[in-house]
Design a binder for this molecule. Structure first.
Ligand code: FAD
Ligand code: MG
Length: 321
């Protein structure tokens, strides 16, 4: 079997280490990849005063803002998912995310009155999209779009396409938990990508097991990456759109295996909100999207496993059907 050298890179963007592995020595391409991610961060971030998304947020209650076609499509997709019946995905969750600051300096448990006052500003039905001029309008001052639950997946797919355009068909990119793989690895014994399933609250790099895939996206959302503890209670960063508090259920994490990473990012958040039973039922209609649920009672549950194989490393976890 031919073995090729691997070239690996890590840079911090979007508050996350962004890992890239190629099997060609192509420094200009590496620069192009990180520059493209930087451009997309500049466009999509809500953690700085200015970005295309912040232009929409600053105009809340004032006027619609025309955005680039790609951003309009991303917002349209995020809106559709937010408007699904019972959805826990909500792209207009921004005011609550900003108030809690989970994962950022200054996190606090807001008083109930503050949450009650912000909830009406997080109704995705109020968002006004106009396809004729790609405009987005938040009709009330204080409303804010937050694409944190979808943007990394979108970016991972953009980078996959960029690499294809440059003739690269074997690579892996990890945007802080959003992994996108191209083809097969060109070195190592088994010709599959090995993506670690993190042990919740374990040391960095401690794994429950390994997910083996070829040419798939593997995205994980969990409660153990961004959280804080106050009065012995853990507050994590996936908020329930109807209570305004972190979603409370039986799950530590959800991992999605799919072709498009944007689907992975959407479904991790959506299925986290559904929990195991509803989530598995829901996925029956989407055979190309598979989930791995990790529960608080140490079970690892697959919705199905046609697109990956799994090696369990930690025997305190049980594979459960
Ligand atoms: P997911 O589960 O996919 O998403 C959770 C995130 O989505 C939350 O952090 C919140 O932002 C939002 N959210 C919470 N509840 C819901 C809900 N019910 N529905 C929809 N969305 C919800 N981190 C930094 O520390 N510093 C930075 O400067 C920074 N800049 C960023 C810039 C960009 C463009 C992006 C995409 C991310 C950035 N981040 C930054 C990380 C960001 O704050 C989130 O932590 C990250 O996007 C969460 O992704 P995830 O896949 O881990 O979680
Ligand atoms: Mg997500």
């Amino acid at each position: 079997m031919p073995t090729t050298n691997a070239y690996t890179y890590t840079r911090v963007l979007m508050g996350s280490p962004i890992f890239l592995k190629l099997f060609v020595d192509n420094p200009p391409l590496v620069e192009e990849v990180y520059a493209r991610i930087g451009e997309l961060e500049d466009q999509l971030t809500v953690n700085r005063a200015h970005s295309e998304v912040m232009d929409i947020n600053h105009a809340a209650g004032k006027h619609p803002v025309s955005v680039s076609p790609a951003l309009f499509q991303l917002i349209k997709r995020a809106t559709e998912v937010s408007l699904l019946a019972g959805s826990c995905f909500n792209l207009t969750i921004g005011p609550l995310v900003k108030r809690w600051k989970i994962g950022f300096q200054g996190h606090t448990v807001p008083p109930q009155e503050a949450i009650d006052a912000l909830l009406p500003l997080t109704d995705p039905h109020q968002l006004v999209l106009d396809a004729s001029n790609h405009s987005v309008f938040l009709p009330h001052a204080g409303m804010e779009i937050d694409l944190g639950a979808i943007a990394k997946g979108y970016i991972a797919d953009v980078i996959k396409n960029l690499l294809y355009q440059r003739g690269v068909y074997h690579a892996i990119i990890n945007l802080g938990g959003n992994v996108q793989t191209l083809g097969r690895p060109q070195n190592g014994p088994n010709q599959q990508w090995a993506v670690g399933l993190q042990k919740p609250f374990g040391d960095n790099g401690e794994l429950i097991g390994i997910i083996h895939v070829v040419n798939k996206s593997v995205v994980t959302s969990g409660i153990y990456e961004r959280y804080f503890v106050a009065d012995d209670k853990l507050y994590h960063h996936i908020l329930h759109p109807r209570t305004g508090y972190p979603l409370d259920n039986e799950l530590f994490s959800v991992t999605i295996i799919s072709d498009a990473s944007i689907d992975g990012d959407i479904y991790t958040t959506l299925l986290y909100g559904m929990g195991v039973e509803k989530g598995r039922e829901y996925l029956q209609a989407y055979p190309h999207i598979e989930a791995i649920f990790v529960t608080r009672d140490n079970k690892v549950i697959f919705s199905s496993d046609k697109q990956f194989t799994f090696t369990l490393l930690d025997n305190s976890y049980q594979l459960a059907g």
